[in-house]
Design a protein around this ligand. Structure first.
Ligand code: ARG
Length: 487
C-alpha cells in the first residue's frame, strides 16, 4: 500500500478503506496523459528556475522510461499504488532518486487529476469524431447509390408519402453532422488548462501557467483555481453529446430491426453482423442493432449518474468527483465500440429495393399526389381529399393499389380523372416532383450529396491544419505571456 500522504498518520489505513478509496484499477487508463502533464509541468518548473535543467532532464528521462515500459508491458501498473499519480511518482523516485521527489512541486493531485481527465476526454473527443466521420462516409455512400430507390416514408409508423432511401438516410446524415459539431463545441469550451490551480488556491511558486497550457495544446489556463479543480461540466457535456449520438444510432437500429424483419424485408443484414438461435435453425437475428439500441440506456445512465453526483458537491475538490471516471470511461468505450460496429453493419447491409418500392405502392403513399392531381384540375383541395379517400376505400375493398385501379373506377368517383393519372401517381413522379430544398426529389438530393462531399473533405483539411498548428505550438519557443484569456 504505497501512499503519498503517510506523514501525518500514525496508523496503517484499514485494508477495506484502502480498497474503497483507491482508484488505480481504473485511472491507470490515463497513464499516458498523466505523464504528458507531468512532463509539461517539469518543463515549466525548469523554465521558471524552480528546478535545475539537470533535474528537469533527469525527470523527463525517467518519465519517458516509465511510459515506454508501461506501453511495452515491461512495467505493470498494480494495485500496490493508490492511484496512477502515486504509481508514476513512486516509480520515478525508484528510477532517478531524489530528483524524482521534486516532480510534485507546486502541484496537487486535484489539479493533476483535473488535467489528466481533460487531456483524456479531449483525446477521446478527437477519436470519437473520427468514428462519427467514418459513419458519415458510410451514410454518404448509401445516399449516392440510392437517389432513385423509392420507399415509403412513415408518420406514426404508418406509410405516409414516398421518399427515397437516399432521403431517409440523409436525415441521419444531418443528425450525425450535428453530433460532430456538438463534439467540436465541447472541445473548444473545455480547452483550458487547470494545471497550476494546486489543491484549490493556486501556489506560492512563480508558476507560468500560460506556458504549461501552451505546451499541452490548450488555448490558455483556467481563470479560477477553485473552479479548475471542481469543474466537471465538460464531462457532463460529453456524456450528453454521447447520449445524443447513441439516441441517433438507436433510432436507426430500431428501423433496421424492423426493416430486417420477415414482414418488411427491406434489408438483409450481412451474415458477419448477424447471429443465430441455439434452438431455431431458421433464425438470423439483428443482435448488433439490438445491442446498440440497448447500450444507449447505459450511456444515458452515465449522464444521469454524473449529474446526480455533481449536484450536491460544495466547492472545491471532493472525493465524490473520483466517481466521474469509471462511468466516463465506460461510456467512451461503449460509444466508440457502437460507432465502429454500427458503421460496419450499415456498410455491409443489402437493401431490397424492389420490396421497398412495392411497399411504398401498396401503402397508398401516392394518395396525396392523387389529390394534388385533382387540385391541378380545378378541384378544391378539401373535395379532392374526400374523393381520393373514397378511391382508397375502393382499393382496400378490392385488395389493390391506386395504380392498379381501372380508369372507369376513377371516373365513377370523379369525371376529372384522365389516363394521365397513372403517370401522376407513379412513385417516380411522386418523388421527382418534390423539388423544394430538403425534399427527396433527385435534383435537390444530388445537390445535398455534393454538399456532403465537400463537408467531408473540408473537415479533413481542417484536421490537417490543426495538426500543423499543434506541431508549431509544441516546437517553437515563444513568449507565452501574450496568450488570450478565454472570453
Ligand atoms: N483519484 C482522485 C480522483 O480521481 C485523484 C485526486 C485525489 N485528490 C485528493 N485530494 N484525494 O479524483
Amino acid at each position: 500500500m504505497a501512499q503519498l500522504w503517510g506523514g501525518r498518520f500514525t496508523k496503517e489505513t484499514d485494508k477495506l478503506v484502502y480498497n474503497f478509496n483507491a482508484s488505480i484499477s481504473f485511472d491507470q487508463k490515463f497513464y499516458e496523459q498523466d505523464i504528458r502533464g507531468s512532463k509539461a509541468h517539469v518543463a515549466m518548473l525548469a523554465r521558471q528556475g524552480i528546478l535545475t535543467a539537470e533535474e528537469k532532464d533527469q525527470i523527463e528521462a525517467g518519465l519517458d522510461g516509465i511510459l515506454a515500459d508501461v506501453r511495452s508491458g515491461k512495467l505493470e501498473i498494480t494495485s500496490e499504488y493508490e492511484d496512477i499519480h502515486s504509481f508514476v511518482e513512486a516509480n520515478l523516485i525508484d528510477r532517478i532518486g531524489d530528483a524524482g521527489k521534486k516532480l510534485h512541486t507546486g502541484r496537487s493531485r486535484n489539479d493533476q487529476v483535473a488535467l489528466d481527465m481533460k487531456l483524456y476526454v479531449r483525446d477521446e473527443i478527437d477519436e470519437t469524431d473520427e468514428l462519427v466521420k467514418k459513419l458519415l462516409e458510410a451514410l454518404q455512400k448509401i445516399m449516392e447509390e440510392n437517389v432513385h430507390t423509392y420507399m415509403p416514408g412513415f408518420t406514426h409508423l404508418q406509410k405516409a408519402q414516398p421518399v427515397t432511401l437516399a432521403h431517409h438516410v440523409g436525415a441521419y446524415f444531418e443528425m450525425f453532422v450535428r453530433d460532430r459539431s456538438r463534439l467540436a463545441d465541447i472541445r473548444k469550451r473545455m480547452n483550458t488548462c487547470p494545471l497550476g490551480a494546486g489543491a484549490l488556491a493556486g501556489t506560492t511558486y512563480p508558476l507560468d501557467r500560460e506556458y504549461t497550457a501552451q505546451l499541452l495544446g490548450f488555448d490558455g489556463p483556467t481563470r479560477n483555481s477553485m473552479d479548475s479543480v471542481s469543474d466537471r461540466d465538460y464531462v457532463i457535456e460529453l456524456l450528453s453529446a454521447f447520449s445524443t449520438i447513441m439516441m441517433h444510432m438507436s433510432r436507426f437500429c430500431e428501423e433496421i430491426i424492423m426493416w430486417n424483419s420477415n414482414e418488411y424485408r427491406f434489408v438483409e443484414i450481412d451474415d458477419a453482423y448477424s447471429t443465430g438461435s441455439s434452438i431455431m435453425p431458421q433464425k438470423k437475428n439483428p443482435d448488433i442493432a439490438e445491442l446498440v439500441r440497448g447500450k444507449t440506456g447505459r450511456v444515458y445512465g452515465a449522464l444521469t449518474s454524473i449529474l446526480t453526483t455533481m449536484k450536491g458537491i460544495p466547492l472545491a475538490y471532493n472525493k465524490d468527483m473520483q466517481e466521474d471516471k469509471e462511468l466516463t470511461f465506460d461510456a467512451i468505450d461503449t460509444v466508440k465500440g457502437c460507432l465502429a460496429l454500427f458503421t460496419g453493419m450499415i456498410s455491409t447491409m443489402q437493401f431490397n429495393k424492389q420490396n421497398m418500392e412495392a411497399s411504398a405502392k401498396n401503402g397508398f403513399t401516392n394518395a396525396t399526389d392523387a389529390a394534388d392531381y385533382l387540385v391541378n384540375h380545378g378541384v378544391p383541395f378539401r373535395d379532392a381529399h374526400g374523393i381520393v379517400g373514397r378511391l382508397v376505400l375502393t382499393c382496400i375493398d378490392k385488395g389493390i393499389s391506386l395504380d392498379e385501379l381501372p380508369l372507369e373506377e376513377y371516373k365513377a368517383i370523379s369525371p376529372v380523372f384522365e389516363n394521365d393519372i397513372y403517370e401522376a401517381i407513379s412513385m417516380k413522379t411522386c418523388v421527382e416532383k418534390r423539388m423544394t430544398i430538403g425534399a427527396p426529389g433527385p435534383d435537390v438530393m444530388e445537390k445535398v450529396i455534393a454538399e456532403n462531399k465537400k463537408y467531408l473533405e473540408r473537415k479533413l483539411k481542417k484536421t490537417a491544419c490543426n495538426l500543423f498548428w499543434f506541431v508549431i505550438v509544441c516546437t517553437r519557443k515563444t513568449d507565452v505571456r501574450n496568450i488570450r484569456t478565454p472570453g
